[in-house]
Design a protein around this ligand. Sequence first.
Ligand SMILES: Nc1ncnc2c1ncn2[C@@H]1O[C@H](COP(=O)(O)OP(=O)(O)OP(=O)(O)O)[C@@H](O)[C@H]1O
Ligand SMILES: O=C(O)C[C@@H](O)[C@H](O)C(=O)CO
Length: 350
Amino acid sequence: MENGRSINVKTGQASGGLTLPEGRDFDLIALGRLCIDLNANEINRPMEETLTFTKYVGGSPANIAIGASRLGLRTAFIGKLADDQMGRFIEGYLRRDGIDTRGVSTDRTGAVTGLAFTEIKSPSDCSILMYRDNVADLLLSPSEVSEELIARSRLLLLSGTALAASPSREAALLALTYARRHGTAVAFDIDYRPYTWKSPEETAVYYNLAAEKSDIIVGTREEFDSMERFEHNPDRSDAFTASKWFGHAAGLVIVKHGKAGSVAYTRDGGEHRAVSYPANVIKTFGAGDSYAAGFLYGLLSGWAVDRSMSFGSAAASIVVSSHSCSDAMPTVRQVEEYIARCERGEIVAN
Ligand SMILES: Nc1ncnc2c1ncn2[C@@H]1O[C@H](COP(=O)(O)OP(=O)(O)OP(=O)(O)O)[C@@H](O)[C@H]1O
Ligand SMILES: O=C(O)C[C@@H](O)[C@H](O)C(=O)CO
């Protein structure tokens, strides 16, 4: 059965058997970094030749939270900001976007805001230069994680980079404990950023610890590979990956494959494949965050897995067709209009 651009290869329950709590004050609470993107204005050339940048709020979990809020989800954030102009810029942006920031604390030790300089050599050749020394986001401490906010939320979105260093690592693991204690669903976005970790072994150990307590795990094939260094999956099989996590708390495992689309496996045996929507791509990054926001919007709205994947895919096409990530996060109407335009053949991929 097809739903837009997703196909139920093996149908399970529409929701994949996943039950998200109802009757909470927040739909989604994100935990992780709040940073700044500096996207090159002179695109289609290396960063050595760029002179000017546009400043946006960045950080994968920040992008996802902004995307969720723009889609109408009641959204909160747990994180730590630098005590400087960048930190105040970010907090003001989140508040203006309707995101509850009472779980966001401010560092007083002189730590700084993480910067992501983005290089757009071509629509398909983009990279990110990240400055992450002494960043405030990794100083989030366990005592700054609000159990109450997590208990009042339907879903906790945990970004894997929060596990990269202490005390943020312990804060993230404590948030998972709170979520399990209060029946708050957990979506673990692997979000592997190599430069933030000391070794691949450390990455694998902590990612596996977090994933074992997660209901939904989403990542690229490469990100799942980084978690499987102690397993034998020579074919890099997505089905093998999913089956591993159904032996723990997971009910839903999504593997993203760039322009080729995505595949979702559910504990009840479902397998759903979604193709990407056409896009006039400016830059590829931001796809994962917008996909996650759109997909989680669908699940939290009670939609079936395949419909949620299709919606997330359309949101991703909108963001990769834009210069920014956070600013470009679409509303429901914008996603629906984009889908309609694609169905009328009005959008041609570059
Ligand atoms: N070039 C593209 N054109 C259209 N859709 C795309 C493109 N690249 C990615 N997408 C969509 O976005 C989804 C997630 O993209 P991807 O697999 O690149 O995740 P990611 O690597 O986490 O993204 P990011 O680059 O933001 O880190 C894909 O499943 C697809 O639906
Ligand atoms: O996640 C980061 O730190 C970088 C992001 O801010 C950037 O927008 C991106 O790469 C999104 O995928």
